[in-house]
Design a protein around this ligand. Structure first.
Ligand code: ATP
Length: 357
């Protein structure tokens, strides 16, 4: 059953928010599709919450327009937008039971007692709180309280659900199970979800698309895979995890791809890597290490600087001779035991694994 009456599409057009001379948001344009799970990701102070508050109607932009399903809602107050919200500080009513907390938005809407009871019952089952209906928030665990907040935000079938770092206070295991829960609720309800986090892996795991913010500017909006594997710029590439950046000389298109030099070595780059620039980016897990020079692929001679055992993976720092230091992660079972600091080795990667930055 779809809970949402109708999922909404939101479009921001040139949204800006200034505080005096300071640009908290600068010219943000993006469309959040009907039923999408869009995550706003960025470092602290990048403008994520400011943007979410503007979507919610708790704050007004100083420039630009916000559309909901094509209608200008820039000046529409929050209560008239009727979006569901789960915020870090958006507390439950402490004196009310779980079921009364969940019923509250329906009572405000003036729904009948039987309608309310059946919707509340349905939500209690959906968020796994059966048996806890009569408890007060203080008698629940942190994860259970967040489930109540989710149920209360979804019970009235909002067209948009806004979530601001809802799991930041939970421990790692609980966070993982709440992420599964949110993903399932998104699928079941079909509502448009907009989720704020500064946790990269949370964003990649949950979203249909990720919008990356930095210093009030939108850097890239794309699927988790494209954000990680085809970042639009160096900030996005580095924000999403370790990245090796090799300086190139003479990069030029050559038939079906590009060629360049890295130190003494000739490098081949696949056509999907973009237009040639002076830097090639490769994720650590896409590089291999060996003691013998591999016959195929791109290869560079390196000296091992550090080896760190991480359980399933082993991490190496390796310096390209007269070049940059690289980070590599190799499945431990495939690691050659005699690679120790000071060893000479070869780093290799397939031409389709590198991209120009
Ligand atoms: P975090 O992950 O730490 O919550 P964020 O990406 O959500 O960060 P915002 O809370 O949107 O960042 O803040 C963006 C910038 O705007 C910050 O530099 C913040 O200091 C500034 N800012 C936010 N609200 C105000 C305000 N009322 N007055 C002045 N500056 C503000």
């Amino acid at each position: 059953m779809q809970i949402a009456k109708q999922a909404a599409e939101l479009t921001a057009q040139g949204i800006g928010r200034t505080y005096g001379d300071f640009h908290a948001l600068d010219d943000i344009s993006l469309t959040i599709g009907r039923g999408e799970f869009l995550t706003l990701l960025g470092p602290s102070g990048s403008g994520k919450t400011t943007f979410l508050m503007i979507l919610a109607g708790f704050d007004r932009p100083t420039s630009g327009t916000l559309f909901k399903d094509g209608a200008d809602v820039t000046r529409l107050p929050a209560e008239k937008r009727a979006f569901g919200m789960v915020f870090q500080g958006y507390a439950l009513f402490p004196h009310m039971s779980v079921e009364k907390n969940i019923a509250f938005p329906l009572q405000i809407q003036g729904q009948s007692g039987t309608q309310i009871q059946s919707r509340v019952d349905d939500m209690i089952d959906r968020v796994g709180l059966r048996g806890h209906e009569k408890k007060r928030p203080a008698d629940l665990s942190g994860g259970q309280q967040q489930r109540v907040a989710l149920a209360r935000a979804l019970v009235f079938g909002p067209s948009v659900l806004l979530l601001d770092e809802p799991f930041s206070a939970l421990d790692k295991n609980l966070r993982g199970s709440m992420q599964d829960e949110v993903r399932r609720l998104h699928q079941e309800t079909g509502t448009t979800f907009v989720f704020v986090t500064h946790d990269q892996s949370e964003a990649l795991a949950l979203s249909t698309r990720v919008a990356i913010f930095n210093q009030g500017k939108l850097q890239q909006v794309a699927s988790p895979r494209d954000i990680y594997e085809r970042p639009a710029n160096r900030f996005v590439a580095e924000f999403l995890g370790d990245i090796n950046i090799l300086p190139l000389a003479g990069a030029a298109m050559n038939g079906n791809g590009a060629v360049a030099r890295c130190g003494e070595q000739q490098i081949r780059i696949a056509s999907a890597a973009g237009a040639p620039t002076a830097h090639l980016a490769i994720r650590p897990e896409h590089m291999a290490l060996s003691t013998e020079r591999p016959a195929a692929g791109n290869v560079l001679p390196v000296t091992i600087e550090a080896v760190t055992y991480l359980g399933p993976m082993t991490r190496f720092a390796a310096r390209v001779d007269a070049g940059p230091s690289l980070v590599l992660e190799t499945p431990t079972h495939a690691t050659t035991p005699n690679l120790v600091p000071g060893s000479h080795a070869w780093v290799s990667w397939k031409e389709e694994q590198g991209y120009f930055l």
